[in-house]
Design a binder for this molecule. Structure first.
Ligand SMILES: Cc1ncc(COP(=O)(O)O)c(C=O)c1O
Length: 404
């Protein structure tokens, strides 16, 4: 077995399953908002590992903390108390105004736990076939249950039979969910992303979120907000729903919570916190000391460095720069999002921009076929945001000027 630094990608037999469309480059290391590939090329990181690297790369406070933790204890077991779980759970509850947390290892696991909570919540209330309201264009993960909740036929193709018990409605359409409330006695929960990420950076509006909260209160449903992508300070508040002044009953988190160390969490309020009893759910790795330390340190450093305020300020400047640079350009449909979660929707599919942006020294993603997505580290500086605009605007202009 070769050490990673001597491993030749070109010479390797492809043994990794081809589940991803990948660019032909490999990243070797990073500093702050910059990454370098194995050929020494440098990139500005507008992707942050898909909204994961909250603190950028090799953060000088995070690295020694994780080294310290690795030297002490990486994994113990949920057979025993894990004090760092209590520490992280207490802080998350304080920030969210909620009460209890279950820890796991990823976004889909957090969502899977949320779906189980909703079903058991229903059964505990005598609903034998509980149903959950989910959304068109939603993305909740790729396990059988979470891909069934996902509103993208491409993600579901080939995996029937899907998990039943979901009722799908369009986002931001109050009359659609009101109709479900009037007619469906089996519904026990509503499950939505405050800003749909994979679906193309589609925000739920503040009035819509308030209306859904009201309906959930009236009906005794759980409001479950998937903040896996939009949470953890990305929009300029700790959690995106806080812009609407509401609180969910269940909030799955993952991605940015560990700054790159795999982690997932389901934060619950009083209505949902005591649904799971001993033996109802579990995970071998969930809540391990390394991931918990990553979470504790991420929150601490975010606060110390004012990263919520930075995400709001630099995100607004980035959006403004893109709006100015792309003003009047035919084929730019909309620039939307909040803080450092931005989408530029084009009038035509633009997957080709992924490789072109990399060639120009910028990491980004394209989602929902036509939406360029920027979800950089929350440490992005105003100058780096300007550099991002300077690379991206001409790329988009040139792309849109090409004949179709
Ligand atoms: C909103 C949302 N929920 C869940 C997931 C799934 O997370 P993971 O890939 O960690 O399973 C994602 C991933 O993109 C997501 O954006």
């Amino acid at each position: 077995m070769n050490a990673p630094e001597t491993f030749s990608l070109a010479a390797a037999e492809p043994h990794v399953m081809p589940t991803y469309g990948r660019l032909p480059l490999a990243l070797a290391y990073g500093r702050g908002c910059w990454v370098w590939d194995t050929e020494g090329r440098k990139y500005l990181d507008g992707l942050g590992g898909i909204a994961v690297n909250t603190l950028g790369h090799a953060h000088p406070k995070l690295v020694p903390a994780l080294q310290d933790q690795i030297a002490k204890l990486i994994h113990s077991s949920n057979y025993y108390l894990v004090p760092l779980q209590e520490q992280l759970a207490a802080r998350l509850c304080e920030l969210a105004g909620m009460t209890n947390v279950f820890f796991c290892n990823s976004g889909l696991e957090a969502n899977e736990a949320a779906l189980k909570i909703a079903r058991k919540y229903g059964h505990d209330r005598g609903v034998d076939r509980p149903e959950i309201v989910v959304y068109e264009s939603a993305f909740h993960g790729r396990s059988i249950a979470t891909l069934s909740a996902t509103g993208n036929p491409k993600v579901q193709a080939g995996f029937a039979p899907l998990v039943e018990g979901f009722v799908r409605v369009p986002l931001n359409d109050a009359s659609a969910i009101e109709a479900v409330a009037r007619t469906n006695r089996n519904v026990v929960a509503v499950f939505l992303e405050v800003i749909q990420g994979e679906g193309g950076i589609n925000p739920a509006t503040v009035p819509y979120l308030r209306e859904v909260r009201r309906i959930c209160d009236e009906r005794g449903w759980l409001l479950m907000l998937d903040e896996v992508q939009c949470g953890m300070g990305r929009t300029g508040k700790w959690f995106a729903h806080q812009w609407a002044g509401i609180k969910p009953d269940v909030m799955p988190l993952a991605k940015g919570l560990g700054s790159g160390v795999p982690i997932g969490a389901v934060v619950c309020g009083p209505k949902a916190a005591d649904v799971f009893k001993a033996g109802n759910h579990g995970s071998t790795f969930g809540g391990n000391p390394l991931a918990m330390r990553a979470g504790v340190e991420t929150l601490r450093i975010m606060e110390e460095e004012g990263l919520l305020e930075n995400a709001a300020r630099v995100g607004a400047a980035l959006k403004r720069g893109l709006e100015e640079g792309l003003a009047g350009v035919a084929g730019v449909t909309e620039i939307r999002g909040q803080g450092l979660m931005l989408g530029i929707e084009l009038a035509r599919p633009c997957g080709a921009l992924l490789g072109r942006a990399a060639d120009a020294g910028l990491m980004l993603s394209v989602t929902a076929e036509r939406v360029i997505r920027l979800v950089p580290p929350l440490i992005l500086s105003a100058d780096e945001a300007r550099q991002m605009v300077a690379i991206l605007v001409p790329l988009i202009r040139d792309f849109l000027a090409e004949p179709q």
